[in-house]
Design a protein. Structure first.
Length: 419
């Protein structure tokens, strides 16, 4: 007698499913899903039954007639006789027995399935970033909701965490005693749900930062020496979480950027250094063949004396990687020689002081002057065209060769005239 109700229910369900005129695809009388899942079940009549009024009903007995929406019906794409029950974003309230019915030979026939809904894993009140203070006890929060109750495990930087003297897994999260800077990292709160029909696993990644006071990188260095009149930079480095804020003092006076020095702050470093020169200006001319004249003008805003300039030049179409350069320590006038005649050159200039170099000026382009030669035709002087795109040495050789030919021709003409 104890087994009778169970056998009765099973017999009823099997009879309902195997009505003979209707079948379900995929086959079954029980389906289980987690909240948030989506699924569809197709009810298909026997082609020979000539079934009519194929209908799906909800667990409360209402016909499902909507063809759009979260719960709706639509014709089967794979069987012209079938009718699909579509349930999107499954909810707890969808749980129950769904019925597919049809009229065959004037009588209603039905087939049913039971839908079981489990509560999906959700994380709540679990921030993605959690911050603790060095030396304190700290709870890394991870609140998990699911039905049935989830099993939770913890990982840090992909390594599983076991209960120990400093770390304990609790219902609220992971409890860490005497927080250390080495406890910073990416923690994973992993939840499992296992049921007789389905299982689910979800991860929640949590970035944990441990705040601690600044620690000097080189704590033993507290004195710097320099020669009077020389220049240099002062550097201090410290680590902390969050990143430290640096301030420079001379005595009790707070320092800031000035005309002769500036403060450069980085994430873990601060540098007090002198100010490099401002960008100079210059003019560029070519009054002689194959020569460029550069005249440089110091910026009026410079506060430290200049120690020279860097001049770079290249053919206008070439890359600066192949540029030539000249470093000058005195004077503002520079002659760039041995250039191609009648050719475009690009030039830029940078100023230098004891701290370093300025940025380069904007590039100026100047065409070198060409060389003009004279020839004599029937006793008259005629200007020839300029030499183009040859080095100065080659051009000088050509001029010398032309002069020799001219002297030979002149001597020959004179000898013939005398004879």
């Amino acid at each position: 007698m104890l087994f009778f109700p169970v056998l009765l229910v099973l017999t009823y369900l099997l009879a309902a499913e195997s009505s003979g005129h209707l079948r379900l695809e995929p086959p079954g009388d029980f389906y289980a899903f987690f909240t948030g899942d989506s699924f569809f079940i197709t009810c298909i009549p026997d082609p020979s039954s000539r079934a009519t009024r194929l209908t799906w009903q909800t667990p409360n007995g209402r016909d499902i007639t909507h063809t759009r929406g979260r719960v709706h019906v639509e014709p089967s794409a794979n069987n012209i006789l079938g009718l699909e029950l579509v349930v999107e974003d499954v909810r707890y309230k969808d749980q129950g027995t769904f019925t597919c019915s049809a009229v065959v030979d004037g009588r209603e026939t039905r087939i049913q399935f039971h839908l079981k809904v489990y509560l999906s894993i959700t994380f709540w009140d679990t921030p993605d970033v959690q911050i603790g203070k060095e030396g304190t006890d700290f709870m890394i929060m991870c609140n998990v909701r699911a039905d049935p109750s989830p099993i939770v495990s913890w990982y840090v930087n992909d390594t599983i965490i076991m209960d120990g003297p400093r770390r304990t897994i609790t219902e609220d999260g992971l409890f860490v005693r005497n927080l250390k800077t080495s406890d910073s990292g990416t923690y994973t709160c992993r939840a499992f749900v296992v049921t007789p029909h389905k299982s689910q696993i979800q991860d929640k990644n949590i970035a944990v930062y441990v705040h601690y006071k600044p620690v000097w990188v080189n704590p033993d260095i507290d004195t710097f020496y320099a020669v009077v009149g020389s220049t240099g930079s002062l550097v201090c480095e410290a680590r902390s979480e969050p990143s430290p804020t640096f301030e420079w003092f001379k005595g009790r006076a707070l320092l800031g950027n000035s005309k002769i020095y500036k403060i450069i702050n980085e994430k873990y470093r601060s540098t007090l250094q002198g100010v490099p020169p401002n960008v100079p200006s210059f003019t560029l001319t070519s009054e002689e063949a194959g020569i460029l004249a550069v005249k440089i003008y110091q910026s009026p805003h410079d506060t430290l004396p200049l120690t020279g300039y860097k001049i770079q030049w290249k053919p206008a179409t070439a890359s600066w990687k192949h540029a030539r350069e000249y470093l000058t320590s005195t004077g503002n006038d520079v002659m760039i020689q041995d250039l191609n005649f009648d050719s475009d050159y690009a030039v830029r200039v940078s100023a230098r002081n004891e701290i370093g170099y300025s940025n380069f000026t904007e590039t100026l382009i100047q065409r070198t002057k060409g060389l003009i030669a004279e020839t004599v035709v029937d006793g008259s002087k005629v200007l020839s065209s300029t030499f183009n795109n040859r080095s100065a040495h080659l051009q000088n050789s050509l001029v010398l060769y032309g002069a020799i030919l001219f002297m030979i021709d002149w001597s020959f003409q004179r000898t013939r005239a005398v004879s």
